[in-house]
Structures are given as C-alpha cells and as structure tokens.
Design a protein around this ligand. Structure first.
Ligand code: FES
Length: 55
C-alpha cells in the first residue's frame, strides 16, 4: 500500500496526497487521488475545501 501524505495548511484545509477512499455518512464511497479537506467548517461543499476559509 502506498503511503498517503497529509499536510495541515495553517488556517486552511488538510491537503491529502495519495489514493484515499472516503466513506460519507450516507454510506456513499468516493475514491480520490488528491483532495483538500475543510478544517474551518465554512465550506459550502463540505467536507471539501472551497476556499471559504480565506473570507
Ligand atoms: S478550510 Fe477551506 S473552506 Fe474550510
């Protein structure tokens, strides 16, 4: 299994590099090669960062 790198961006999202499978609360599964996870709670596209942390 390849390693996944997670970088916590100051005052921003968690940048995830590497193949990851996300399981949403409704059970839907989604595979991504890279992603940005919102850590501020302001995203309109949660759990993905949409840049709202800047505003
Ligand atoms: S971290 Fe970017 S919108 Fe929340």
């Amino acid at each position: 299994m390849e390693k996944v790198k997670i970088t916590l961006i100051p005052n921003g999202p968690a940048k995830i590099e590497g193949s990851v499978k996300f399981v949403h609360p409704d059970g839907k599964e989604e595979s991504k090669e890279s992603s940005y996870i919102c850590r501020c709670g302001k995203s309109k596209n949660y759990p993905w960062c949409d840049g709202s942390h800047r505003g």
